[in-house]
Write a protein that binds this ligand. Structure first.
Ligand SMILES: Cc1cc2nc3c(=O)[nH]c(=O)nc-3n(C[C@H](O)[C@H](O)[C@H](O)COP(=O)(O)O)c2cc1C
Length: 581
């Protein structure tokens, strides 16, 4: 795969952006917002063939608009849409995934189409709930297999297709036209007048490039999506970008299978962990993933904001190396990266090759900390840590490519030399697995320090006395220090409820203060936070504390408490290893 391909005809004048409209089936139109030059800086656009953002309009008894484009096209698209339909008549806006870019058009559309409901996956609805505020009642979250009848045979069936990059991914199948609106699957960045894929042989390299950029790192999930799509009678694949597929339907699906399998057969695997608040570190991660894939390394890209700790540890243990990327926010790595680092240090053999990267603004402490902790733990580095200020430019992306290529070469060299985990390490892993079977209820310890609320996630808690009622907690020393849990201090132990995603706002290693900006809470009589979504809480006072190994053991008495959700069950922290929380 080539990462940068020059324009076919650099001197050709670039046509202005426009929206191409065409009928593609009964009561069904495509509105292709077209740009003939490179839309964004991300590597996926680097073949410089322009792109199209395809939206679809089905005007049956009910009217559905599928995937309005991102903000680069908002005005152009909305003007053209109004030639095709009166927006107040739109009943549903289907969004196959959500991001800030798409939100810009969506919010304007909601004003123009006051009746319209937003049909999306449950994961997308969770994101949109916050973004839409008082308009969140217009969300219409759907599950896989759910249908929506627009009349005249247009029954839409929804399929959840979550991937690491688009955890809220959704495909929509229209039974009347046998069309699958496939969003990020089966597309390409290629702008042309041809609506269909008659010339599909000429499109093959662009298709493959798009797959390599977007789907190679998530091939496992793409295969699952292919399994869902296979049984559908199909006349048209209607992707989010590029030409619609009618002439190469079986070929393209076969190609996708084959490309996924090629990825699975790679003998070397790299886990690529990252978080990114504003997309800059994600761009670096994309460029690294590209270059690793190009070097025939299987890549598992994991956005730590959505990762489950047990799955993360499994993936990390199965890979030959891992690369971790983080932005610096407020002088630190985001909590999710800190959690991932904790899991790595506790669970992942030191024989893995590692790399560190990140975007920062002025100081970049997160990258320094990742580097320091991994070096202290004796991991070998596959490239020098990559630091990029704010958004990456072409040179920065080139350095990502170079670093990833070097990483791939070093992995291969180690493979030849037959790097194996040390025996002692394997032995200690077995002990850790046994110890990991000790489990506890997930709780958040909240305190108030200088007027700020802090919260620490822990499952290392047990009842220690009946009369007076007393508890025992083991906490990391630094965190106990930050929470000021000294003798006589007050805290609330919030026992979490199964099925609520409160835990992701907290870390077991570091006290969080920002969680309280997002989570509802009330004040206990001792001034500490009671988490509204908890199962129960108890107000406590620290009686004694003593050092125990690398933790601080705290004995506290309980003053009072309450069950907040009588029908709920406590969230349990099942662990794979005694080296992790
Ligand atoms: C709220 C906030 C806090 C930040 N704090 C820091 C900081 O302490 N040190 C630093 O070097 N950059 C800081 N930055 C700059 C970010 O690291 C920078 O914008 C980076 O490109 C973000 O990467 P991302 O897009 O992957 O999230 C901060 C940015 C924001 C918005």
């Amino acid at each position: 795969m080539t990462l940068t391909t020059p324009l076919d005809s650099p001197s050709a004048p670039v046509r202005p952006r426009d929206v191409q409209v065409a009928t593609i089936g009964p009561q069904t139109q495509v509105l292709r917002s077209r740009t003939w030059d490179r839309l964004k800086f991300e590597v996926e656009y680097s073949r410089q063939r322009g792109t199209t953002a395809n939206a679809y309009l089905i005007q049956a008894d009910k009217i559905a608009l599928i995937d309005p484009p991102g903000e680069s096209f908002t005005d152009l698209f909305l003007a053209e849409l109004q030639h095709q339909v009166a927006p107040p008549q739109i009943d549903y806006i289907v969004t196959s995934h959500v991001n800030a870019n798409r939100l810009a058009t969506l919010t304007q559309l909601l004003n123009l189409a006051p009746q319209a409901q937003i049909v999306c996956s449950r994961a997308a609805a969770n994101t949109l709930k916050i973004a839409l505020g008082d308009r969140a009642d217009r969300l219409y979250p759907v599950r896989s297999g759910e249908t929506l009848d627009l009349g005249q045979g247009h029954v839409l069936e929804f399929m959840g297709v979550p991937t690491p990059r688009w955890p809220d991914g959704l495909c929509t199948y229209d039974m009347a036209s046998q069309t699958l609106f496939s969003d990020k699957l089966f597309g390409m960045h290629h702008c042309a007048d041809a609506l269909w894929d008659e010339q599909w042989r000429q499109l093959e390299s662009d298709r493959r490039y798009y797959f390599d950029c977007l789907h190679n790192p998530q091939a496992k999930q793409v295969e699952t999506a292919l399994d869902l799509i296979d049984p559908l009678p199909l006349k048209t694949l209607a992707p989010g970008h590029g030409p619609l597929v009618r002439y190469s339907l079986s070929r393209l699906r076969q190609d996708y299978r084959q490309w996924c399998q090629q990825q699975a057969q790679q003998t070397l695997r790299v886990a690529l962990l990252y978080a990114s608040a504003y997309g800059n570190t994600a761009q670096l991660a994309d460029a690294i993933a590209q270059a690793l894939s190009a070097a025939q390394i299987a890549v598992e890209a994991i956005n730590c904001e959505q990762a489950d700790p047990n799955t993360l540890v499994d993936i990390l243990n199965q890979c030959d190396g891992f690369i971790i990327g983080s932005p610096t926010l407020g002088g630190h790595a985001p909590v999710q990266i800190q959690t991932a680092l904790g899991l790595i240090l506790a669970n992942v053999p030191k024989t893995k090759l590692v790399g560190v990267f990140g975007s920062y603004g002025w100081s970049g402490e997160a990258i320094d900390e990742l580097e320091r902790k991994l070096k202290d733990a004796n991991y070998a580095f596959g490239f020098e840590p990559l630091r990029v200020r704010f958004s990456p430019d072409a040179a920065a992306l080139e350095s990502c490519t170079a670093a990833a290529t070097q990483f791939a070469q070093r992995l291969r060299k180690r493979q030849k030399q037959g790097a194996r985990p040390a025996i002692a390490e394997a032995h200690s892993d077995r002990t850790a697995q046994a110890l990991g079977r000790v489990i506890g209820s997930l709780c958040v310890v909240t305190t108030q320090v200088n007027g700020s609320h802090t919260g620490l996630l822990t499952a290392w808690v047990a009842q220690a006395s009946f009369s007076p009622p007393g508890l025992m907690l083991a906490l990391p020393r630094d965190a106990a220090e930050t929470s000021q849990l000294h003798s006589g201090a007050s805290f609330v132990l919030n026992i979490l409820k199964e099925g609520r995603s409160v835990r992701r706002h907290f870390s077991p290693q570091h006290c969080s203060t920002t969680a309280f900006d997002h989570l509802p809470f009330e004040l206990a009589s001792n001034g500490c936070a009671i988490l509204t979504y908890g199962l129960a809480y108890v107000e406590c006072t620290v009686n004694e504390q003593s050092c125990a190994g690398d933790h601080l053991l705290i004995y506290a008495t309980v003053q009072q408490g309450e069950l907040l959700a009588p029908g709920g069950m406590p969230a349990i922290n099942h662990r794979k290893s005694g080296h992790q929380y």
